[in-house]
Design a protein around this ligand. Structure first.
Ligand code: SF4
Ligand code: SF4
Length: 407
């Protein structure tokens, strides 16, 4: 499927999303406004599929919005107007700008018309995946209070420990005590963890913890270990956890040249076909993507074309952009590079066109300018078939771009 890039505007999205507006352009502007207002009302009354987010009791449309890669506030407003209820962000996204943008958007909207989820994390030991001693209760709380201020809210609906990879981190006492205190104070309604790697272990630990209410997990049709992820999600949902899926569209493109886009709609439908996946937070960087994702809120059935499109990578013989973050490459690299982070940065650039997040990820690993120059042949074999060295050499160039060029 070729990538299309149509005019980005909230109004254009609305026009394309409603039926019977073919002749609107020939109407006088005052009548256009009336017609659009009526159609906006109709849009709100669409038959949207909803599911209950486990024991939180929150009734949510199956499509929510991962705001992390969104830079245009009009897109978020259009999503809310089209029926999206939950907005997902994090303390670290855009160094706080993402939460500030959401704060501006929700200002003046009734508090019960939206659900806000944010995430906080602390320093991690990259080798073990465990939190370091600097990750204290005080630090966690301070970061959360900053998030609350940026959002302009008295409370958030869901607070996650961000990007957990080990079961020990799910119940990391300094963070749990801070979270439970915040919940008691009414600043957080529900607690959870998010995970991009080692998902089955993290999901099971969250369910066993009896503290967490929600788990946000990577889940898509490209995961080699998808059966294990599904088993863990099904068990956790049975135990009462709310299940939110992310990375559903597996890197958006099959190729870094962006010639072959993943069928986003098909990928999202695929992730939502199991009832225990209560909602999803696909990334939507354009109004085209928003339109595609919104249509999934009403129709989940995979068509024969959808099914065929999901196999396109195999037909093209390309591994795609999605790194499952398994970490198997870490011990193979002679220079001890944090390859999963570098692969994530690569996906941010070529899949999401989010240079700021890509640069932030690079900055977190202290990468030499020419990281692979000392190696003859690469010692790494990636389970997803990536040419790891080529990707690292490519993405390392981003370090040379000044920060002010990518905000
Ligand atoms: S680059 Fe390959 S081996 Fe390394 S974490 Fe990603 S999928 Fe796993
Ligand atoms: S070529 Fe790069 S990725 Fe491969 S082993 Fe050497 S330093 Fe590691």
């Amino acid at each position: 499927m070729k990538h299309k890039d149509t005019k980005n505007s909230r109004r254009a999205f609305l026009k394309k999303s409603v039926s019977g507006l073919a002749g609107i352009a020939i109407l006088p502007s005052v009548m256009q406004r009336d017609v659009m207002a009526q159609e906006e009302q109709k849009l709100k009354k669409r038959k949207i599929i909803t599911r209950t987010l486990g024991r939180t009791g929150l009734e949510l449309p199956i499509v929510s919005l991962g705001v992390g890669n969104v830079q245009n506030p009009e897109l978020v407003k259009a999503a809310l107007d089209a029926g999206v209820k939950m907005l997902d962000t994090a303390n670290s996204y855009g160094r706080g700008r993402n939460e500030e943008m959401i704060g501006e958007i929700i200002k003046g909207r009734p508090r019960d018309s939206f659900v806000i989820a944010t995430k906080v994390t602390g320093a991690e030991d990259r080798r073990t995946g465990l939190f370091r001693k600097e990750a204290t209760s005080e630090m966690f709380r301070e970061k959360f209070e900053t998030s609350l201020g940026r959002l302009g809210l008295d409370y958030v609906d869901i607070l996650y420990i961000h990007s957990v990879v080990r079961k020990e981190s799910v119940v990391y006492e300094p963070f749990l005590s801070a979270m439970l205190k915040l919940k008691k104070e009414g600043k957080v309604r529900f607690l959870g963890v998010s995970t991009h790697a080692n998902e089955p272990e993290v999901i099971r630990a969250a369910a066993e913890s009896k503290v967490h209410d929600v788990v946000l997990t990577a889940y898509n049709f490209r995961q080699p270990h998808v059966a294990e992820v599904e088993k863990a999600m099904a068990e956790a949902a049975k135990a009462g956890l709310g299940i939110v899926a992310m990375k559903t569209q597996a890197g958006v493109f099959w190729d870094p040249e962006r010639q072959n886009q993943i069928n986003m709609k098909a990928a999202l439908k695929w992730a939502l076909r199991k009832e225990y996946v209560h909602t999803s937070i696909p990334t939507m960087a354009t109004f085209d993507q928003l339109e595609e994702d919104m249509s999934v809120m009403e129709e989940l059935e995979l068509t024969p074309v959808d099914k065929k499109d999901l196999q396109l990578g195999a037909r093209l013989g390309v591994p795609g952009l999605y790194c499952r973050q398994c970490g198997e490459c870490k011990t193979q690299c002679r220079e001890d590079l944090d390859i999963p982070i570098l692969m994530r940065s690569y996906m941010y650039v070529y899949g999401y066109r989010n240079l700021a997040s890509a640069k932030e990820a690079l900055a977190s690993v202290d990468l030499p300018t020419a990281p692979c120059n000392g190696c003859g042949t690469c010692a790494v074999t990636c389970s997803m078939g990536f040419d790891v060295r080529a990707k690292i050499e490519d993405i390392a160039r981003l370090q040379l771009v000044p920060d002010e060029f990518v905000v």
